[in-house]
Design a protein around this ligand. Structure first.
Ligand code: FNR
Length: 352
């Protein structure tokens, strides 16, 4: 199967991929504040992350490009939505265009449609510093994502089998680039050990890409004759992974992604440590099923609802929301307890 056909397979199967894991966000509850002492108009959603200034903490996470006309169209439409809503947007892995120059146009359209927006380039951990520079140049990117997708590759019939040297390669990219480098997972989460290793080589922004949303084990298993079904339940739930990452260092910026579909979960993700929240599968489904205008409306609603929640909590900024008191219970509490991550700090802090 060609790389182009595989790109389209991913989109087709992602559209069918349903969320069915219990979400760690159900274990997180905000503590109601009866005297928030602010109004909705006091709330601002802009936030700085790893040197990037974002007008919203929500962004369109990496999805596509490199699969000919169909992926060109999706990237063009996502770029229009990003421009009209002010959202940052990441493109899908650009390795396809580095290997086959005729695919470059499927990514370049994102910058053409949105000349002033914040755009993030994307490559896998097999990339060299020269690949990274070429990917950034292709879309005049403001930052680069490097994705870690071991479980996806192992499940993919034609996937990689050797993951040696990834940390060293990422280190050389971080050293050579002048734009921020974001290392991301694609739906299996990051443990604190992984985040610690990344931090030790100079990575300043991680996107935990936890489980609970688009499931690339399920997607790749559909493309296999003999399913590796044990990988379908693999991974660290997004909420847990944000908390694992938060426990590593105050100097890291953390992005939460994997299964976000509501303003309430976005607010919880930020409150437990995320500086921004990436959404992929949910936005793709709305775009493909209902079109650009419906997706734009949905993003406006998410922004309005997020402001309502922040008002209720008395938090005027994303930084204030990161200090809102909350309770962590259930399986998430037990996980964190076993991992030596203190949960009381979240319940006893104050944003006043
Ligand atoms: C993705 N994702 C992805 N990530 C990446 O770093 N490079 C890529 O090329 C792709 N390709 C891709 C294609 C499609 C169709 C989807 C739906 C997703 C992963 C994505 O950025 C994100 O990490 C996961 O999808 C989890 O987030 P959601 O979908 O649960 O919001």
């Amino acid at each position: 199967m060609s790389r182009s056909e595989r790109k389209w397979d991913h989109i087709r199967y992602a559209l069918d991929n349903r969320k069915h894991h219990a979400s760690a966000f159900d274990d997180i509850k905000f503590i109601h504040q009866g005297l928030p002492n602010i109004g909705v108009f006091d709330v601002g959603l802009d936030h700085e992350i790893g040197g990037l200034y974002l007008s919203s903490p929500i962004f369109i996470n990496a999805m596509t490009g490199g699969g000919g006309e169909k992926t060109y169209r999706i990237n063009k439409e996502l770029a229009i939505v990003a421009k009209n809503t002010g959202l940052t947007m990441a493109v899908g892995s650009q390795m396809a265009a580095l290997k086959d120059k005729t695919q470059k146009y499927t990514y370049e359209i994102v910058r053409k449609e949105n000349p002033k927006g914040v755009i993030i380039a994307n490559l896998g951990s097999e990339a060299s510093p020269d690949d990274a520079k070429a990917a950034i140049e292709m879309v005049e990117a403001n930052a680069l994502q490097i994705h870690l997708n071991v479980i996806q590759e192992l499940t993919m019939p034609e996937g990689d089998r050797n993951f040696s040297g990834a940390l060293k390669r990422i280190e050389s990219i971080v050293k050579e680039l002048t734009v921020p480098v974001i290392v991301k997972e694609v739906g299996f989460g990051m443990a604190k050990e992984t985040v610690h290793s990344l931090s030790s080589i100079g990575v300043k922004v991680v996107d935990v890409g936890g489980s609970g949303g688009t499931n690339f084990a399920e997607i790749e298993n559909k493309r296999r004759e003999k399913s590796l079904s044990f990988f379908n339940q693999w991974g660290i739930p997004t909420g847990v992974s944000i908390l694992e990452a938060t426990s590593v260092s105050n100097h890291l910026s953390i992005i939460g992604s994997g299964g976000f579909m509501s303003a309430h979960d976005i607010a919880k993700g930020i409150a437990i440590g995320a500086d921004a929240v990436g959404m992929a599968g949910y936005f793709l489904k709305i775009l493909v099923k209902d079109g650009i205008e419906t997706l734009q409306k949905e993003i406006e609603i998410l922004h309005e609802e997020l402001k309502m929640i922040m008002t209720a909590l008395g938090t005027k900024t994303v930084s204030d929301l990161k200090n809102a008191p909350l309770i962590i219970s259930g399986e998430t509490y037990h996980w964190l307890n076993q991992r030596g991550i203190d949960t009381k700090q979240f319940a006893q802090r104050t944003n006043k």
